[in-house]
Design a protein around this ligand. Sequence first.
Ligand SMILES: [Ca+2]
Ligand SMILES: [Ca+2]
Length: 452
Amino acid sequence: MLLIGILLKNMKNLITLSVLVGILTVAILGCGADSVNEANDQRPVQFVSANPASGSTLLSNATLTVSFDGVPEDLRVTQGVIFRSGRTTTISGPFIVGGINLTITWKGGSHTLVYTVKPAPVQIVSVNPLRESLLLPDTILIVTFNGNPKHLSVTPGEVQVSGKIATISGPFPRGELNLVMKWDTGTHTLAYTVELPVPDRMALISEGEFEMGSNVDEANDDERPVHTVYLDAFYIDIHEVTVGEYRRFVQQTGHRMPDWDEISRYSPTDQHPIVFVNWHDAMAYAKWKGKRLPTEAEWEKAARGGVPEQTYPWGNTVPDGKQCNFADKNLAHFWWADEQADDGHAHTASVGNYPDNEYGLYDMAGNVWEWCLDEYDAGFYAVSPRTNPISGIDTMEGIVDTFPSVLSPRVLRGGSWLVTVHGVRNAVRFRLDPASLNNSVGFRCVTDLPPN
Ligand SMILES: [Ca+2]
Ligand SMILES: [Ca+2]
C-alpha cells in the first residue's frame, strides 16, 4: 500500500512536471517565434529600383526617383539634392556632366547608380514684365535664365546678356507683339500688347469702324444716311476745355483777350467750360496745346462710346436731369425748357459733373456745343469717304496752318445747356460761322497717335 501510495504520489508529480514542461515548451516556442520576427524587422533596408534606371543618360538638371523596401535612415548621396518621402526618395541635379557614379548610402546599405550626364539646355526662369501683359513701346524687359544663354538673339528689339540675365529693349511697335528669343539650346516667344501711354486727361479711341448718323424718326435730314466710317486711332480730351485752361493759353500766348466778365456770367469758375470762343480761337488753342479739333466723325464716334445705335452717350433713355446739362426747368423764361427735368444748372455746369460714357468722356451730350474741324455740309453723309472723312478740308496739316483764313461754316456737335433733349443726341449736327461766338459754344481737342 505504501509503495502504491508512493507511486501514485510520484505519478502525480510526473503529471505536474509534464504539464509544466508543456507550458514551458509552449512559452519557449512562443519566445522563439517573437525573436524570429524581431530579427526580420531589423534586417537592413534594401534598394529596390531607380528611375531612370542605372545605365541611362540624364540631363544635368534631371530628377531621379529611388525606391527602397523600407524607410532608409541616414540617407546620403554623392551628387544632387535629396528629398525624402517614406520609402521613395528623389534626387535632383545638378549632376556633373560626363559619366558619373552616383552612390547612395544609408544605415546598413549602399548602392551605386551609373549614368551618363549631358548638359541641360538653358531655360527661362522668369520674365519681367510678365508675358501677356501690356507694354509701353520703351519698356525694358528682363529675362532670367537658369544658365548662360549662348548666342541669344531677339526679334524685334535689342538684347544684352550679362551672365544669366538678358536685357531686351525696344522701341517696340504698337499692337500685338510676339518677341521671339533664340539661343543655343532653346527658343521661346513672349507675347505682349504694346500701347502708348495715354496723355493726361485724354482717352484712347481705338482704330476701327462705327455707324455714323441716324435713321430714327426724329433724325434730321442732315443726319442721314447712316453710313460706315473707319477711323484711325486718336486721343480725345475727356473734358471740354475749361475757363482755367483757356486763361493760361491767353496769358502765355497773348491771344485775343475774351470778355471774361461775359464768360463768367455763364461759366463762373475755372472748372466750367470756356464759352464765347469762335472756331479760330479754338483752333489756335488746340495748335498751342499740340493738339487739334476733332473731325465730325471722330467726335461722333467718341460720343457713341463704342455702343452702336445709341441715341445718347449713355443709351436711349431720354435725359431727365441725371445724365447731362440741357434746357431743363432751371432755364427759366425759355418756352422750350423741360419743366419736368432738373439737372441742377441754368447755364453751364463745371466739366465732368455728370456720368461719363463707355470711353470715359464727360459732357459729350449738352453743357456746351463743341467745335469740330469740318466745314458744315448737310449732304456730306451721302458722299462721305469711308476712311477718316473730313468735310471741306484737303489735308489735316493744311488746315492747321491756314485756319485763320477759313470763312466757311463749321460743324458744332453735342448740344448745350440751351437746347432740348432733341438737340443733345449723338447724331445731331449744327452749323455756325467760324468767326461767331456765343454763350453756349466751347470745344475739346484730340491728338493723333504718333506713327508706329
Ligand atoms: Ca440745365
Ligand atoms: Ca458738350
